[in-house]
Every structure is written in structure tokens, then in C-alpha cells.
Write a protein that binds this ligand. Structure first.
Ligand code: M6R
Length: 599
């Protein structure tokens, strides 16, 4: 993970560097720093903790016409100022920021730097020291940078400055995301477009293996043999302002509240009247597959689980779910005509990129569709097809509106595929998604009861969510949400499985929340609730109005197949209020980052 920025131009770039890092803080927030060249010397300012600490160290008269910045999610070496970026070479000529992991940094250290005592414990420092080693051999900065890169194994987005040349930023990437922003009399570098959108809406993509030389008035992209590459800029579908918290105290609660809006967007993007409006090539690719492999991580994986409900039950296409981090290294037996569906809010997740690389090696003709919230994200650019979630920018580390949007978009795709395969599901999906939207709104209209329930329920160190079928999948997501923001150890369980071992953990006051959104599971899940209640658990059932009994939390009636989109909202609010009640940093839980760009 980590976020990097760079600036070169006639004006002062300090404001951009700080703003850019603030936008990228979701990628890591252990420490941060900036560096720039002033009067032929490089000034480096670093600190442990958040960007606001860095701002306090940045005086108003600081002027950088060339500068780089970094916000860190520690991978190599502890969280301290020495390990923070930017890192400098021994003679302080070269200064570098890096996002990614250099897998062979120990070997490189052994081969080229064995007589040197490194300053930090990081893999990044080896890169900048190597550049100095090669420059001392007489290579130009560009040649030394290129030679260094040719020796690196792993993932990197790099931005380098040279004290002896205040007119150039040297930029390269492999697997880690990085974009160039085109300004007027200046240019920008950033891990994503959001970091630069306040300053420009014109961006240049960089591909793995390219070397980019950025000056105030030019950007030169070359391949590793020095051949110039022409590339047109693109404008992503985001606007400055979308990334404000608005009237909300936290991004998480803002994004929970935006779910009805996201549903409306999805309906208008993917329906034309009651007919589905979607790229026919994508529908055909899914129709032709004999098996779907749905792959994701974390919340996206949990959303993917729901795809079985739609692709298998509506369209009759066998559907397997896989965790990306497992799939890439433990390839399952693939069917004759597989189709791969990747789910990724950010479109940058390294574990999924590893799956893509693996699939391209196994069979370059395999088709990959990505469902992502980020237009022009790396996975979207590298896969065969993209379906956008249209949920609006998601900033909080805990994913909420992307989850419900992923389920909605999956349902639309499966619905259309089923229809074209002559297996039309017995519902008007456009209408039913509108009912879902209204149901979400009605929950969000009055959250007082949910807040009170949170305070009553989640008083212990542990908690459980249980359910069957789709409600089991929702339980996994509800548990992930609660644990990642409130640090309450929570498990999502298939209701019937508790008695096979885990029920041993139930003792007085342990909260067990049951999700029941399907009539067929009402009796069986309620009997699981009785089993834990009789062993002292504090229980709550979240169910549809039509199934509700006294003491349950009732959500409005919606089509049962789509009900998980609604019930999850209650559990997202539980997570939010539980974290708030504990005085935690809701938007930036400890040890996490929004976009996980390391494997
Ligand atoms: O951007 P992605 O959807 O690929 O991210 C996958 C996970 O890292 C992400 O869903 C993570 O689990 C969230 N923190 C969950 O809230």
C-alpha cells in the first residue's frame, strides 16, 4: 500500500504535496514525509503518524518547485521516523519515495552494499543506495535509475529526485499503481487520480516497465530500451468535491448513508425502462461460460459469495468463490470454458492482480470481467471487461456502499444472463431494486433504535453473526465490518455449524445476531438462536417485517433474493456505532489501509 506524490513546476508544490498525501492517507497512515530541492540542497521533513503532524512541521515559507511525498503502511521495519519515506542515498544526492515491496532487497544489499551500514530497515533504502552506487560508476541519473530498476523483483511505484538536477522527477512502476497528472506549467505524480483531482483532470497512465521523465513542461515516457512511447491523456469520471465529508462526522457514516443514492445510480446506469442496459459482449461471455470463478478479497469476496444466489439459482451457471490470495498460489482445477469475475472496489488490489497475471500465464485467452468502483483503475485497464459500481468515491477503510453496489450489479448481470438463457427469474428486477432503495432509506431515516441496540448488544470482547444461505454470507460481511472498525472479535457463522464446535465459546452476555431474510430459514435459524440463548447469549434477530416477532429488528419487506442488500445496512450501522462508542478512529482503523497494493 502506501501513497506517493510528486510535483514539479514553476509555482510552489508544497500545498499539492500535502493535499495529495491527505487524499492518499487511506492507503496507509503509519508515518509520512516530503522532500524537495531548495538551493541545491534536499530538504526532508518526516514524522510518525498522520499528515496533520506533517503539516505542523511545514512552515508557511517553505517553497518546493520540485518535491516528492509519501504516506506509509509499514511492511519492512517498524513504525518510526528513520523508516519513514522519503529515503536518501548516503551522499544525500538522491531522494526516493516508494510504494510496494522489493522482494530481493536482501540479495541486492548482499551483492552491492555489503560493506555499507544501512540507515533504515526498509527495502526502499536499498533502491536509493543502488542508484547512488551506479551513479558513482559514472552513469547518468536516468541510466542509474534504469539499471537499478532492472535488478528489482517485486512491486514498486517510485519517484526519485536528484539534488544535482532540480528540473526532473524520475518515475517508474511495476505492479503498484501510479499516474502522472498534467498541469499548466507544472506536472504531478500520484498513486491515484484522487490525489491530484483538485489540481488537474488530465492524467497519463504509466505501464509496468516504463520509465517516465517528468519536467515542469513535459512528460517523456520510454520503454526499457529508451524507445519513446506516445500516449494520450484521459479524464476519469470523478470530480473534486466528491471526496468531502459534507455534513457527516466520518466518511463511513456518509458512505453508509449514500447507499440509497448508489442504488438509484445503478438502476439508472444499468436499466432502460425495465430492460437491462449492459455491454452485450459481457453478457455473451458469461452466457458462454460453463463455470464462473468469482474472486475477491475481504468485503469484495463477501459480496461475491452472493453471486451464487444469482448465477446458480437464476441462470443455472455453476459458480465458485475464491479468495484472491489463495487462488493465485493454489490454482483450482479449471473447467473447459471458465469465465472469471473479479470484484474490487479499488481496482488496485495486489492479490487480484497476481491472479490476473497467473491466469494470463495459464491461458491468455481466458476472459476476465472486473466489477470495480474506480474508473480506469489498474484492474479495469488490465482485464477484458469492466462493470462500474457507480457508488461514488469510497474513502472509509471499511467498505460499505461498494459492497451493496457489488451485489446489485452482480444481480443485474445474472438476471440478464438468465433471461437470455431462457431462464427468466420470476421478478421485475428494476422494480425490486427500487423497493430495496426505499427500504434502505427507511432504515437510514431513523437510526436511533440501531444505536441503542448497539450499546446494549456489543458490550463484550466477542460477538457472533449467524445465518443460513445468503444470510450466512451476510453474516461473514457483518462480522468483518464489526471487527475491523470496533476491534471486537467477531465471527460470521452458518447457523447450523455452531453446534459442531463453536457453541463452546458461548457464555453469558456474548452477543449473537441472527440474520433471517428468507422464509425457508426462519424456523431453523430461530432454533439456533434458542440454542445460544439458553447458554446465556444475548440475542437479536434481524428479519423482514413479515417474519418479525417481538424483540426482533424488522427491516421493510423486499424481495427475499435482494434482502441481504438491506439487512447488511443495519449491521454496518452496528459497526459504526460500536467503533464510535469506543472512541476509535472509525475511518482509519489500526493496521489497515483502504487499498491493499501489496500481496
Ligand atoms: O478494493 P478491494 O475491494 O479489492 O479491497 C478488498 C479488501 O481489501 C477490502 O474489501 C477490505 O476487506 C475492506 N477493509 C473491508 O471493509
Amino acid at each position: 500500500m502506501c501513497g506517493i506524490v510528486g510535483f514539479i513546476g514553476k509555482d510552489n508544490g508544497v500545498e499539492f504535496l500535502i493535499d495529495g498525501l491527505n487524499s492518499l492517507e487511506y492507503r496507509g497512515y503509519d508515518s509520512c514525509g516530503i522532500a524537495g530541492i531548495v538551493d541545491e540542497k534536499t530538504k526532508v521533513i518526516k514524522t510518525v503518524g498522520r499528515i496533520k503532524n506533517l503539516e505542523e512541521l511545514t512552515s508557511e515559507d517553505l517553497v518546493f518547485n520540485i518535491g516528492i511525498g509519501h504516506t506509509r503502511w509499514a511492511t519492512h521495519g517498524g513504525v518510526n521516523k528513520t523508516n519513514s519515506h522519503p529515503h536518501q542515498s548516503f551522499n544525500e544526492r538522491f531522494t526516493l519515495v516508494h510504494n510496494g515491496v522489493i522482494e530481493n532487497f536482501s540479495e541486492l544489499k548482499e551483492e552491492f552494499l555489503s560493506d555499507k551500514k544501512m540507515i533504515s530497515e526498509t527495502d526502499t533504502e536499498v533502491v536509493v543506495q543502488l542508484i547512488e552506487v551506479f551513479a558513482r560508476e559514472g552513469l547518468s541519473t536516468k541510466e542509474a535509475f534504469l539499471k537499478t530498476i532492472s535488478k528489482l523483483h517485486g512491486s514498486y511505484a517510485l519517484c526519485l529526485i536528484d539534488r544535482e538536477d532540480a528540473d526532473t522527477l524520475y518515475v517508474a512502476k511495476n505492479k503498484s499503481p501510479l499516474l502522472i497528472g498534467l498541469g499548466q506549467n507544472c506536472n504531478y505524480v500520484g498513486s491515484d487520480a484522487l490525489a491530484m483531482i483538485k489540481y488537474t483532470n488530465k492524467f497519463l497512465e504509466i505501464n509496468d516497465g516504463e520509465l517516465v521523465t517528468v519536467k515542469a513542461d513535459s512528460v517523456l515516457i520510454e520503454d526499457k530500451n529508451g524507445v519513446k512511447i506516445e500516449r494520450s491523456p484521459f479524464t476519469p469520471n470523478i470530480k473534486y468535491g466528491e471526496i468531502d465529508k459534507g455534513v457527516y462526522e466520518h466518511y463511513m457514516i456518509k458512505e453508509i448513508n449514500e447507499q440509497a443514492f448508489a442504488m438509484r445510480n445503478i438502476i439508472s446506469e444499468y436499466f432502460d425502462g425495465h430492460d437491462v442496459k449492459m455491454d452485450q459482449e459481457i453478457i455473451d461471455a458469461v452466457k458462454e461460460a460453463d463455470r464462473l470463478y468469482v474472486i475477491g478479497c475481504g468485503t469484495s469476496y463477501n459480496a461475491g459469495q452472493m453471486s451464487k444466489e444469482y448465477f446458480e439459482k437464476w441462470a443455472g451457471i455453476p459458480t465458485e468463490l475464491h479468495l484472491a490470495s489463495e487462488f493465485a498460489y493454489n490454482l483450482p482445477l479449471l473447467s473447459k470454458k471458465p469465465m472469471f469475475i473479479f470484484l474490487s472496489q479499488s481496482g488496485e488490489t495486489a492479490d487480484l492482480r497476481a491472479v490476473l497475471t497467473k491466469l494470463r500465464e495459464v491461458n491468455p485467452t481466458y476472459k476476465v470481467l472486473v466489477l470495480t468502483n474506480v474508473d480506469a483503475s489498474t484492474l479495469s485497464r488490465e482485464s477484458d471487461y469492466t462493470l462500474l459500481l457507480h457508488a461514488g468515491v469510497e474513502i472509509a477503510v471499511a467498505s460499505t456502499k461498494a459492497y451493496t453496489s457489488q451485489i446489485a450489479v452482480l444481480s443485474i448481470l445474472a438476471y440478464q444472463v438468465a433471461k437470455e438463457l431462457g431462464k427468466a427469474p420470476n421478478l421485475d428486477l428494476e422494480k425490486e431494486l427500487s423497493v430495496v432503495t426505499t427500504a434502505i432509506e427507511s432504515i437510514l431515516d431513523d437510526t436511533k433504535e440501531i444505536k441503542e441496540l448497539t450499546d446494549k448488544l456489543f458490550t463484550e470482547r466477542n460477538a457472533f453473526y449467524i445465518g443460513r444461505g445468503a444470510d450466512y454470507y451476510s453474516s461473514c460481511e457483518a462480522a468483518l465490518k464489526l471487527k475491523e472498525v470496533s476491534y471486537i472479535q467477531t465471527e460470521g457463522f452458518a447457523g447450523g455449524e455452531l453446534k459442531h464446535g463453536t457453541i463452546a465459546l458461548i457464555e453469558d452476555n456474548i452477543p449473537v445476531v441472527a440474520l433471517i431474510t428468507k422464509s425457508e430459514f426462519d424456523l431453523s435459524t430461530r432454533s439456533n438462536v434458542s440454542e445460544v440463548a439458553s447458554r446465556g447469549a444475548k440475542t437479536l434477530v434481524i428479519t423482514l417485517e413479515k417474519l418479525a416477532k417481538e424483540g426482533d429488528y424488522a427491516i421493510p419487506n423486499v424481495h427475499e433474493t435482494l434482502a441481504p442488500i438491506v439487512s447488511i445496512v443495519v449491521t454496518q450501522l452496528f459497526a459504526y456505532y460500536a467503533a464510535l462508542g469506543r472512541g476509535l478512529d472509525v475511518d482509519k482503523p489500526r493496521n489497515l489501509a483502504k487499498s491493499v497494493t501489496v500481496e
